[in-house]
Design a protein around this ligand. Structure first.
Ligand code: 13P
Length: 250
């Protein structure tokens, strides 16, 4: 199984010119053996990303999508549109979506099912807040987010799901999760998946780590913590740093 390095640009960059330059800089150097590189730009830069991804070097992903296919839903984007742009992956349930846009496990679940029905690959984000961690509720939170997000997802479809473990306290803080703690969370996530589906699906599911990933810490999550890749925020906006991260996963 290839390691998966996903760039989540979030609400950046602000101009098409900058987005174009960033796609180009990554594309040139992102071809690394055994690593699948995915860039998830804001919707506004997806068409530019499509043009550039066509030349190889990276795969295109989206940061969200709606659970209805079409109609009167102002401001939303559908899986049909993403499919038409040849998007492969869709990040769903990111903690920023949960926090600022009130996305619940039920909403995330509807989106996951919609994305799977279009044969796109969902990246389900889960992770506990600092408060939940301090209160000893990490396992409970992760289990609830996984079972809620995957409710009703059939075994044959579960194979294409990617899970991103992103402790909320580690996102954008510079306070990345330790390798030991990440390892135990990855094992716990596999245990839950095994309980819902079976051991084979759990062993083959790609589980990513995200939260203040930098080139200095990236390799250890894959080599020592048992993660199958990374979800990178801030560091993915610097092409040179992002390429170093990609190379650390070789
Ligand atoms: P940072 O890498 O900026 O901490 O963001 C992580 C993240 O939220 C990726 O989805």
């Amino acid at each position: 199984m290839k390691n998966l390095i996903v760039a989540n640009w979030k609400l950046n960059p602000s101009t098409q010119k900058e987005a174009k330059a960033l796609f180009q800089a990554v594309k040139k150097k992102a071809k690394v053996k055994n690593v699948e590189v995915v860039i998830c730009p804001p919707f506004a830069w997806l068409a530019e990303g499509r043009r550039q991804a066509a030349e190889g070097g990276f795969i295109l992903g989206a940061q969200n999508c709606f659970f209805e296919e079409k109609g009167a839903f102002t401001g939303e984007i559908s899986v049909l549109m993403l499919k038409d742009l040849k998007i492969d992956y869709v990040i769903l349930g990111h903690s920023e979506r949960r926090k600022y846009f009130n996305e619940t496990d039920e909403i995330v679940n509807k989106k996951i099912k919609k994305v799977l029905s279009a044969n796109l690959k969902p990246i389900l984000c889960i992770g506990e807040t600092d408060e939940e961690r301090q209160a000893g509720k990490k396992s409970e939170v992760l289990e609830k987010q996984i079972t809620g997000g995957l409710k009703g997802v059939l075994r044959e479809n579960a194979k294409t799901v990617v899970i991103a473990y992103e402790p909320v306290w580690a996102i954008g803080t510079g306070n990345n999760c330790s390798v030991d703690e990440t390892m135990s969370s990855v094992l716990f996530i596999r245990k839950i998946i095994s309980k819902i589906y079976n051991r084979e699906i759990a062993d083959n599911m790609r589980i990513l780590y995200g939260g203040s990933v930098k080139s200095e810490n990236s390799g250890s999550y894959i080599k020592d913590a048992g993660a199958n890749g990374l979800l990178v925020g801030g560091a993915s906006l610097n092409a040179e740093e992002f390429i170093k991260i990609v190379k650390s996963a070789e």
